[in-house]
Design a protein around this ligand. Structure first.
Ligand code: IMP
Ligand code: MG
Length: 188
């Protein structure tokens, strides 16, 4: 898989060092609060697992996944939501987690056009949480289609297609332990 990369951007020690810093900041900011973490799958799997083990606070965890109708290297505005946990207040149906009056922290792998996180934030806001913040591992330096700012950010990167550490291209490369730029000739 490494041969498919143009270059490595962040190796595992660099990622984990940065997670130590973000986790410390989050732990400080939420020290007297009850946090509900909502992780966006599948991209944030590794990030979620490594980050949350560094946050020694009582918290609730829920996951959601989004699917978009568009291409493999891009998202469009149209998203379908799937929540992982059955919500008792909805008769056990798969439904948005009960975040009313909770402090919500959304975790995602990467902020690109902003469509995904803007849509997720809007969806969760309808459930009247006490607060919503966004934490992403990566953010691309670019003009976004939707205005979204990360409250916690791992690394800012150029507008290039990256894979590894959860991030995929056509569902591949998620298991790479580091993050790298995918060779352009491999992107259809
Ligand atoms: P956005 O909606 O355009 O901000 O894109 C967010 C989603 O697109 C992310 O959660 C990723 O799944 C995917 N994505 C965007 N850029 C990249 C990338 O460089 N590598 C892998 N996935 C990406
Ligand atoms: Mg993806």
């Amino acid at each position: 898989m490494q041969a498919d990369l143009e270059r490595v951007l962040f190796d595992e020690p660099a990622i984990l060092r940065r997670l130590d810093e973000i986790a410390a900041q989050i732990s400080k900011d939420y020290r007297d609060k009850e946090l509900t973490v909502i992780a966006v799958l599948n991209g944030s799997l590794m990030f979620m697992a490594d980050l949350l083990r560094r946050i020694p606070l009582p918290l609730k965890l829920d996951c959601l996944s989004v699917a978009s109708y568009h291409g493999k290297a891009q998202t469009s505005g149209e998203l379908i939501f799937k929540f992982a946990t059955a919500n008792p207040s909805c008769g056990g149906q798969i439904a948005p987690p009960d975040v009313k009056d909770r402090h919500v922290l959304i975790l995602d792998d990467i902020l690109d056009s902003g469509h995904t996180l803007a849509a997720i934030r809007e969806k969760l806001e309808t459930a009247q949480p006490r607060s919503i913040r966004i934490c992403v591992l990566l953010s691309k330096k670019k003009q976004r289609a939707r205005e979204v700012d990360a409250d916690y950010l791992g690394f800012e990167i150029e507008d290039e297609f990256v894979v590894g550490y959860g991030l995929d291209y056509d569902e591949r490369y998620r298991n790479l332990p580091y993050i790298g730029v995918l060779r352009r000739d491999l992107i259809k």
